[in-house]
Structures are given as structure tokens and as C-alpha cells.
Write a protein that binds this ligand. Structure first.
Ligand SMILES: [Zn+2]
Length: 183
């Protein structure tokens, strides 16, 4: 286990990947949420992966309880090598709670295994968030009001990482190829 904290512990060199999040309104504040399992990413708290597949009552999905990520499973905190592989998740159908979608870089550490387009990790925390100036509301959950990108970005500053509003995730700003950052 590693110490809880906003950033990866000093003694590890985190892998940095790209991913998309839903922004959901929880207790009156906007927070990041995983797309697949609607898990909230609390500001200031690392997200620890758990394997839900081992709990599924599906014949094909029943696996022994294991620590996420297992190399022969699909669990873990996902990060993609290239933003191109995270970008499509901005437009996939989301949860009813979704108020916005953002893309960003995520620090991954602990046990990290290879995934199809990047990695699956034991722990993760946002490293840099990019809020598209426009979003595809038709694919988001029903809401009483539409949020402005600046409003979303302002609330996401609670994560204490850089937050930028971008014209589009096509922009060079958010299209840099991922690099490993120094410990
Ligand atoms: Zn698993």
C-alpha cells in the first residue's frame, strides 16, 4: 500500500496517461466520476481500484477475488497513452447523473499493468484537467440547467491540479503525447 495523498508518493515514478471523466453533481458540488462504474473521485484523495468483475454473478465474469489490477482481468484505473484513445469517451452514452464531460491526464501508480491502449493501475489521481468549451449534452443525463465550461473548471479546481478550458480536445494543448514525469 502507499500513503494516501493528492500526488503519487515520492518514491515511485507515476505513469501518466489520458482518460475521460464524467462530471457529476454530488452534495451540491461538481466532482469527477469514472465513466464505467460511476465511482466518485474525491478531491485530495487517491482513487484505489477495486475489481468488480470478481463480484459479478456472470458465468464468464466470475473470477477469484483479487487485488486490482490483475493482468488477466479488465480492472484498474485506466489511462491511455494517447489522448486519441481517451477522446471517444467524451461522447459515449453516460449516466443520468452526468452534468459534463472532461478529459485529462491521470497519474497512475502502485501496480500498473499494460492495457490495450495504455495502462490499468492500482491507484490514480488527476494530473491535469481539460474542460471542453462545448460538450454534447444530448449524450448527457437530464439536467435542469446547462453548465458553462468556466463554471465546471472553477469547481474542478478543488482537485488542486491545473484545470484548463480548451476550445476542443483536438487542440494541440490537450493532444500532447503522454510522457513519464519525474518522481
Ligand atoms: Zn479484476
Amino acid at each position: 500500500m502507499v500513503d494516501a495523498g493528492v500526488h503519487a508518493p515520492d518514491y515511485v515514478e507515476p505513469t501518466v496517461g489520458w482518460r475521460a471523466w464524467e462530471v457529476v453533481e454530488s452534495d451540491g458540488v461538481l466532482q469527477l466520476s469514472s465513466l464505467r462504474y460511476a465511482g466518485i473521485w474525491e478531491p485530495g484523495t487517491e482513487v484505489a481500484a477495486t475489481c468488480r468483475r470478481s463480484l459479478a454473478y456472470l458465468p464468464w465474469g466470475r473470477m477469484p477475488i483479487h487485488t486490482a489490477p490483475a493482468s488477466d482481468c479488465v480492472c484498474g484505473i485506466y489511462g491511455a497513452v494517447k489522448v486519441e484513445h481517451a477522446r471517444p469517451f467524451l461522447w459515449v452514452a453516460g449516466s443520468e447523473a452526468a452534468a459534463y464531460r472532461v478529459v485529462g491526464r491521470v497519474s497512475l501508480w502502485g501496480r500498473v499493468v499494460q492495457a490495450q491502449f495504455g495502462w490499468r493501475a492500482e491507484f490514480g489521481y488527476p494530473e491535469h484537467l481539460y474542460v471542453p468549451a462545448t460538450t454534447h449534452y444530448a449524450r448527457l443525463g437530464w439536467r435542469r440547467r446547462r453548465l458553462r465550461a468556466e463554471e465546471v473548471a472553477s469547481e474542478l479546481e478543488a482537485y488542486a491540479v491545473p484545470v484548463d478550458v480548451v476550445d476542443g480536445v483536438e487542440s494541440a494543448h490537450a493532444s500532447r503525447v503522454v510522457t513519464r514525469i519525474a518522481a
